[in-house]
Design a protein around this ligand. Structure first.
Ligand SMILES: Cc1cc2nc3c(=O)[nH]c(=O)nc-3n(C[C@H](O)[C@H](O)[C@H](O)COP(=O)(O)O)c2cc1C
Length: 361
């Protein structure tokens, strides 16, 4: 059998294993969570992450059971002007529901971008009011909007007025510890017609320092009757359960912990339903990582895709060695500095097939 046929066969067999994994008994929650009229099939969301949650990653995460996946932040003005990078970020082929996150500080661009995203197939528009990056807050978007709720509301209203699909808002607790105003922003967003809010349990001034404060999300839940999603520092099913209890939130959003393992959010979603399927088989993990790798090469071109993929592959290798797989420095270097995709894929597959060694206590 030729190499290509063999690879297709392996992929098919592993796809079959994935189908079995996903078809194992599933107990849906009695009352499904909704975004507006849209019913969801679980309560664990993949967070929007620029440079990480590209189309391929979201598609695979959703297939593994993430209840919701959200695009990388899309700059509203650049998107409307047809910028290629932002158009790629908003891609949603094969993903349902398809959620596009928009950022911006001008109501006209936000409305136009929302309209365009809906015309291109978005089922939901999310508005970014949580990004702490100076490039974004300096442009008076992202979490800077939490310093001026009147202006934030003009953006929410313009977005809602422009589309017929539900609009959601992602925010932080507030600008700093002296101004936790997420509950007020959520209440005003709900009054304007927002369908759901997500709160990252940190302030803008914290950036990613310290720990997320999930109890501080409880006042947001108390302030609104639309669903509230809590976010920050969740890596396991137990943590997901605990932060839902602390915050009272309807669902949990997971970001950084999913890097390198697109199946994680699906596993947490199932775990919250009381049916933890465990991690997929190593063979299925390998196929998921390779499928994502190949999707990056296709979407970005081989040269840019190779470089972009390295942070994903580095995270996958870190998880593998954390779980006891021996990875030599030369193998790691071959994957993270190599220029030949075929060779990289062969090495990756060999590493996922290598039995983990006993970890020292
Ligand atoms: C690399 C990176 C990129 C991010 N990009 C976005 C973004 O585009 N839009 C957004 O709302 N949040 C963005 N975030 C914030 C995450 O969505 C999330 O709120 C944050 O990482 C906390 O969740 P976690 O502790 O589960 O990672 C980003 C975070 C990281 C680490």
């Amino acid at each position: 059998m030729g190499a290509f046929a063999q690879r297709s066969l392996v992929a098919l067999q592993n796809r079959f294993k994935l189908d079995q994994y996903l078809d194992s008994p599933r107990t849906y929650m009695a009352s499904a969570l909704h975004i507006g009229p849209l019913p969801l099939d679980g309560r664990a969301f993949l967070a929007p992450m620029s440079g990480i949650t590209d189309h391929g990653f979201r598609k695979i995460a959703r297939r593994f059971g993430a209840s919701v996946v959200v695009s990388e932040m899309v700059a509203s003005d650049e998107f409307v002007k047809g910028d290629a990078e932002y158009t790629l970020r908003a891609e949603g082929e094969g993903i349902t529901p398809h959620i596009v996150q928009l950022a911006g500080c001008d109501p006209r661009w936000m409305g136009e971008a929302a309209r365009l995203a809906q015309a291109n197939g978005a089922d939901v528009i999310d508005i970014n009011m949580g990004c702490p990056a100076k490039r974004v807050t300096g442009g008076y978007a992202g979490s800077a909007l939490m310093r001026d709720l009147d202006h934030a509301l003009t953006l929410i209203e313009a977005t809602i007025a422009a589309v017929s699909v539900p609009v959601t808002v992602k925010m932080r607790l507030g600008w700093d510890d002296a101004s936790h105003n997420a509950a007020e922003l959520a209440r005003r967003a709900e009054a304007a017609g927002a369908a759901l809010v997500t709160v990252h349990g940190r302030t803008r001034c914290q950036f990613y320092k310290g720990h997320a404060n999930h109890a501080a999300i409880a006042p947001v839940k108390a302030a609104v009757s639309i669903p509230v999603v809590c976010n920050g520092d969740v890596e396991t099913i137990e943590q997901a359960r605990a932060v839902r209890t602390l915050s009272g939130a309807d669902a949990v959003m997971i970001g950084r912990a999913a890097l390198g393992r697109p199946w994680l959010v699906g596993r947490i979603a199932r775990g919250l339903e009381g049916a933890d399927p465990g991690d997929p088989s190593r063979a299925a993990q390998a196929e998921a990582v390779i499928e994502h790798y190949e999707s990056l090469l296709t979407a970005m071109g081989e040269k840019a895709g190779l470089r972009h993929a390295r942070k994903h592959l580095a995270a996958s290798l870190d998880h593998l060695s954390h779980e006891g797989t021996r990875i030599d420095a030369s193998e790691r270097a071959a994957i993270l500095t190599g220029e030949a995709p075929g060779q990289i894929i062969t090495t990756l597959r060999a590493l996922y097939a290598r039995p983990p060694e006993l970890l020292a206590a």
